[in-house]
Ligand binder design. Structure first.
Ligand SMILES: Nc1ncnc2c1ncn2[C@@H]1O[C@H](COP(=O)(O)OP(=O)(O)OP(=O)(O)O)[C@@H](O)[C@H]1O
Ligand SMILES: [Mg+2]
Length: 317
């Protein structure tokens, strides 16, 4: 079977994920190249150990950059820590005021706290950047290469984390508002309230997008091996619990050749896991990609992989 439905114009965000080393970056990049034949496409890496540059054999970096020799394809590697630093800088006054007016911390404590990161903030910032790109609307398709499972789950769960944080900060604020109102009789909304409100709205928009099975889908990538399958099952069930739409899975590195004893043995051991995949993921469209004799890197090899992922489909100009 081939990847299906990705050409639907309502579908904007396509996220790739899975266990370490199974071919997420390779499949995301090959898919983005293929989609760019018909759609303006942005390939985004949220993996802190970025590798789309290596895959495309071109330095990408933290700014949107056209991919050489591929029309309509732009790529970017999101630097979550930089995005957080910028976000903090933009809202520094509001953050300081929040700590100053809602806690008993003295100035020294506040200075220390301002230097600290917030757990989970990197994932939140990555997602906020993706949301900003989509809302800017410069592209038709946004293809995301994410880091291995744990990080991906944190990325998907990040709106929930941020929501908890905003709730806590807002409840601390209520005490402050109550005091101000009691003393002065009235309370005027300030930059801290605006920041909290904006964050709350961002959480809602991210959650809505993630659970929108018309605008967003997640494609797990796996290989037919025991440890990978165990982790893939956990990943898929966690995502399904979070109502993230999964309709297809890529099974990468499938041995097709039977030449020689090495290939025969490899094919035989993969066979039982392929059967297992057919049973466990019977509800998903299962897309197989063969193991290539060499690594899949550079446009030519990525195009070849794209041929397998999109076989019998004609995404063309
Ligand atoms: N079908 C394939 N045949 C042969 N080599 C492949 C295939 N798919 C991927 N590879 C190679 O496997 C290696 C790992 O692939 P890739 O970097 O895409 O995995 P990943 O899941 O993104 O890894 P990570 O978890 O580290 O981000 C790369 O060297 C890539 O060229
Ligand atoms: Mg990768």
């Amino acid at each position: 079977m081939a990847l299906k439905g990705l050409e639907n114009t309502d579908l904007k965000l396509i996220l790739f994920g899975g266990k370490g080393g199974v071919g997420k970056t390779t499949c995301a990049t090959a898919t983005a190249i293929r989609l760019s034949k018909s759609f303006k496409t942005l390939l985004i890496s949220t993996d802190p150990a970025h590798s789309i540059s290596d895959s495309l054999e071109q330095n990408i970096g933290f700014k949107q950059q056209s991919v050489n020799n591929v029309n309509n394809l732009t790529a970017i590697e999101i630097a979550a820590d930089e995005a957080f630093a910028m976000f903090k800088k933009q809202h520094e006054e509001a953050f300081r005021k929040l700590l100053d007016t809602s806690t008993n911390f003295d100035q020294e404590d506040i200075e220390q706290l301002m230097k600290l990161s917030i757990p989970g903030i990197d994932e939140i910032m990555s997602f906020k950047s993706i949301l900003d790109f989509i809302e800017e609307g410069k592209y038709d398709k946004y293809v995301v290469d994410s880091a291995p499972t744990g990080h991906t789950l944190r990325l998907i769960a990040s709106p929930g984390l941020l929501d908890e944080w905003v709730k806590l900060a807002s409840s601390m604020r209520w005490k402050y508002r109550y005091m101000i109102t009691s003393f002065s009789g009235s309370y005027k909304q300030d930059e801290v309230d605006n920041l909290l409100l904006n964050l709350k709205k961002a959480v809602k928009r991210i959650e809505k997008l993630l659970r929108d099975n018309i605008r967003c889908e997640f494609i797990p990538v796996c290989v037919p091996e025991w440890m990978v399958l165990k982790e893939t099952k956990r990943l898929i069930s966690s995502l399904e619990k979070l109502s993230v739409y999964i309709r297809q899975i890529i099974v990468n590195n499938v041995m097709e050749s039977e030449e020689g004893s090495f290939c025969k043995r490899r094919k035989a051991y993969q066979f039982k896991y392929l059967q297992n995949i057919n049973e466990t993921f019977a509800h998903l469209n299962r897309v197989k990609a063969p193991v290539f004799p060499e690594e899949v890197r550079g446009l030519e090899a990525l195009n070849q992989l794209g041929d397998f992922l999109f076989r019998d489909q004609n995404i063309q100009h």
